[in-house]
Design a protein around this ligand. Structure first.
Ligand code: VGL
Ligand code: ZN
Length: 208
């Protein structure tokens, strides 16, 4: 029985100054560090959006498309993103203040140019798994706390997949440890997670 903290995409690309900045994205860093420092967790896992330069979620790969429009990828509706988190670049690196020395395992995702991968657990088409579910099962994780960026995309999809793929595991979302792209989709995302059985908590429940 282990308690794990999952940090979603706390990368330069999603912080102010990055290529797909989430408002106040960097504000979650001190909280992530405090939670890692606390004795609340046996295991710390972090996901990292990690795209090839020709990733099909990039508007730049679709002539005539602008970032933040809907387009298509492999025949499915796909939000067109600005180029972001290209593997090996500073934009894809974890935020410089994140205490990465405390992270036990990093799960990269989004490597397949033909499909996007918001969730840390599997691609959006649900065919390819990243392997994170097996890792957490191998480590007997029974409680999983999730925080990071962005609430309405990667955090939401990861939390919903955790509910779906880790039966019996208690999944909690640390709300003050998340920031979102669009306030409207953030509210819908919180409602969707709550309806799926995710416990919406604040960090005070963990570190008082
Ligand atoms: C994300 C959009 C595209 C996220 C990643 O981390 O929420 N959002 N790629
Ligand atoms: Zn991405």
């Amino acid at each position: 029985m282990a308690r794990a903290l999952l940090l979603i995409d706390i990368q330069n690309g999603f912080c102010p100054g990055g290529n797909l900045p989430v408002p106040e994205g960097d504000a979650v860093v001190p909280l992530a560090n405090a939670l890692m420092e606390s004795d609340g967790y046996d295991l710390i896992v972090a996901s990292q959006d990690w795209h090839p330069a020709n990733h099909g979620s990039f508007a730049s790969q679709h002539p005539g498309r602008q970032p933040f429009e809907m387009g298509e990828l492999s025949g499915k509706p796909q939000m067109m993103w600005p180029d972001h988190c290209i593997e090996g670049t500073a934009d894809a690196a974890f935020h410089g203040d994140l205490d990465t020395g405390k992270i036990d395992f990093v799960q990269q995702k989004g490597l397949n140019p033909a499909v996007d991968s918001y969730s840390a657990f599997r691609d959006n088409d649900r065919s390819a798994l990243t392997g994170l579910d097996s890792y957490l099962k191998q480590h007997n994780v029974s409680e999983l706390d999730i925080m990071g960026l962005a609430t309405d995309y990667c955090v939401k999809f990861s939390a919903l997949d955790a509910m779906d793929m880790l039966p019996g595991v208690k999944v909690r979302l640390i709300m003050d440890g998340c920031r979102g792209i669009d306030p409207l989709t953030v509210d819908a995302a919180l409602a969707e997670m709550r309806a799926a059985g995710v416990d919406l908590i604040t960090s005070r429940s963990v570190i008082g």
